[in-house]
Design a protein around this ligand. Structure first.
Ligand SMILES: O=C(O)/C=C/C(=O)CC(=O)CC(=O)O
Ligand SMILES: [Ca+2]
Ligand SMILES: [Mg+2]
Length: 407
């Protein structure tokens, strides 16, 4: 394993095998610019590139990753190789070290300007559980579910960085037993534990991305919480899908972990039966799952440990599907995997499933119980994956606190 002159412990979640990108500023220099997390430091990437003589570092002197995303997968690979070189070869230490800032001294911002945001529904366990809860008189999975990765269009402009408070949404709610809808704050505010995939290497309108090329457009992953107001959602979503019940805020982690850091975490999918249509079938290596382990905490109590390896659809299948009609990809597109849930209760990624629609509340360490979120609750999702040679790839965290409704 390549080691750094920073002398990081071998199992550090932000060692040389991770090197995630984000956008930061400091009190002394409030310009937003691209940073790379290494150990307990943030590398001011553009400044280091200039000092160490790396020309393409100019796209890091920007308030978002979008310019870097536009350069495409060869540039991403070259940048990563350069970062590993300058952080491991002591020859670069004098040039690079002055541009390492303690992580405690930086403020993190939204890492990229979200172009389009789409959310999939790729967990068979989640889709089946929610089907049982929301549609008890129908088959849990809809007839299309195993033929295509189902998704809906979300609201790009309300994607926020980890640490941003979430205001409880107001909206129309109507339980089946209510005679008429009422308006007010959501009473069934929930989370959804997901991975978000960050897209780059834009494509022209009219040109689908073949599944074997899909991975070239996947820049990296973030942890994503698709906050969901279940009462608003249940009343509004037939027949066009989720709308205001999910568009009031979607939180993502500040650090984008490159797909290149997750190569050792590729695992086979649990298995697809029936075989999907040809455009969703790729060569070996282009259809894969990811061995990513998540943990969900509510006010510090771990309530669930979802496993991304349980997901039915590959991220490359989701990307091929979302462009198969000729829809173009834009730099900064974000797609969510859908809620990560497994077969066991302890691996369910949302409270709707964990508490079975509120009937089986979870107990927190302070002795209180939750069916859904209360004002003041803080939800934190963390994640990690195995890296090469026993390294650990940290996905950081996505956190948010519920503020009272605006009334
Ligand atoms: O099955 C439904 O009616 C609703 C499902 C969701 O709310 C989930 C959604 O946002 C997609 C996902 O996260 O898997
Ligand atoms: Ca979702
Ligand atoms: Mg949302």
């Amino acid at each position: 394993m390549t080691t750094s002159w920073l002398d990081l412990p071998a199992d550090h979640p932000f060692g040389l095998a991770t090197l995630p990108y984000g956008v930061f500023s400091t009190a002394a220099d409030p310009r937003r610019r691209v940073g790379v997390r290494v150990g307990d430091h943030v590398l001011d990437a553009a400044a280091a590139a200039e000092q160490a003589g790396m020309e393409s570092g100019v796209c890091w002197d920007r308030p978002s990753l979008n310019d870097f995303l536009s350069r495409g997968h060869h540039a991403w690979a070259a940048a990563r190789a350069w970062l590993v070189e300058v952080l491991s070869d002591p020859m670069y230490r004098d040039a690079v070290e002055p541009h390492l800032l303690p992580v405690a001294d930086v403020t993190m911002h939204l890492p990229f300007e979200v172009a389009d945001y789409v959310d999939f529904y790729a967990s068979e366990h989640h889709a089946s559980n929610v089907g049982r809860i929301f549609r008890p008189d129908s088959e849990p999975l809809t007839p299309n579910w195993k033929h295509l990765p189902i998704g809906y269009h979300g609201r790009a402009g309300t994607v926020v960085v980890s640490g941003t408070d979430i205001v409880r949404p107001c909206g129309q709610r109507k339980a089946p037993s209510d005679p008429a809808p009422t308006f007010g704050p959501s009473r069934r505010l929930d989370i959804e534990t997901e991975l978000g995939f960050v897209v780059g290497g834009a494509t022209p309108l009219g040109q689908p991305v073949p599944i074997d090329e899909a991975v070239e457009h996947l820049f990296g992953v973030v942890l994503l919480n698709d906050w969901s107001a279940r009462d608003i959602q249940a009343w509004e979503y037939v027949p066009l899908g989720p709308f205001l019940g999910k568009s009031f805020g979607t939180s993502i982690s500040a650090w984008v972990v490159p797909m290149a850091a997750l190569e050792a975490a590729h695992v086979p999918l649990p298995g697809q039966d029936p075989q999907p249509l040809d455009y969703l079938r790729g060569d070996e290596g282009s259809v894969f799952g990811l061995d990513i382990h998540c943990e969900v905490r509510v006010n510090g109590t771990a309530v669930s440990r979802p496993e991304y390896a349980d997901m039915y659809w590959s991220p490359t299948q989701m990307l091929a599907h979302l462009s198969v009609n000729g829809a173009s990809l834009r730099d900064g597109d974000l797609f969510g995997s859908g809620t990560i849930s497994g077969a066991d209760r302890q691996t369910r990624g949302c409270l709707l499933e964990l508490t079975w629609s509120g009937q089986e509340p979870v107990t927190l360490e302070d002795g209180t119980t939750r069916a859904f979120l209360e004002d003041g609750d803080t939800v934190t999702i963390t994640g990690w994956a195995p890296g090469p040679d026993g390294a650990r790839i940290g996905l950081g965290e996505v956190t948010g606190t519920i503020r009272p409704a605006f009334e």
